[in-house]
Design a protein around this ligand. Structure first.
Ligand code: HEC
Length: 124
């Protein structure tokens, strides 16, 4: 039941985010929406339950610190911990959510991009 409510809340937020201009970053209105959503004490995506799995699935073959073949991913761009991921938040937004050029060629499903978008704004 809680998960269902969480998803409904996310959908509303994402509808708001989706209405932001496609280029040039989020509009101030979207930032305000995100701030409101963060103030909401309801469940939202967490590193342990949602976001770590997204980085492991789509990013860490190249970006884990101990990846056997990083395919040229920069040594300092690692996503093994939430702190590391958040230190790259603006670039993750740009490359994975806006340009969809990370992973190389894109391919992160919309549902996971949505979870990532909410978590980057309201990490938990
Ligand atoms: C197949 C390997 C591979 C995968 C998978 C991959 N990356 Fe990368 N990543 C790279 C390479 C190579 C670079 C350096 C070249 C570049 O920036 O395009 C890079 C650079 C980056 C950078 C730093 C450059 C910048 O634009 O700031 C970020 C941030 C990044 N990746 C995020 C991600 C995220 C988030 C994912 C998963 C959703 C991901 N990457 C998946 C190979 C990968």
């Amino acid at each position: 039941m809680d998960r269902l409510h969480a998803r409904t809340g996310r959908s509303l937020l994402l509808a708001a985010l989706a209405s932001a201009p496609a280029c040039g970053g989020p509009a101030p209105a979207a930032d305000a929406e995100a701030a409101l959503a963060c103030a909401d004490t309801g469940p939202h995506p967490t590193w342990d339950d949602d976001v770590q799995g997204i980085f492991r699935t789509y990013c860490n073959a190249c970006h884990a610190a101990d990846a056997p073949d990083r395919h040229g991913a920069p040594a300092d761009v690692t996503f093994d911990t939430p702190q590391q991921a958040l230190s790259w938040a603006s670039r993750v937004r740009q490359r994975t959510l806006v340009d969809q050029t990370m992973p190389i060629g894109g391919g992160v499903p919309a549902e996971d991009r949505h979870l990532l978008a909410v978590w980057l704004d309201c990490p938990g």
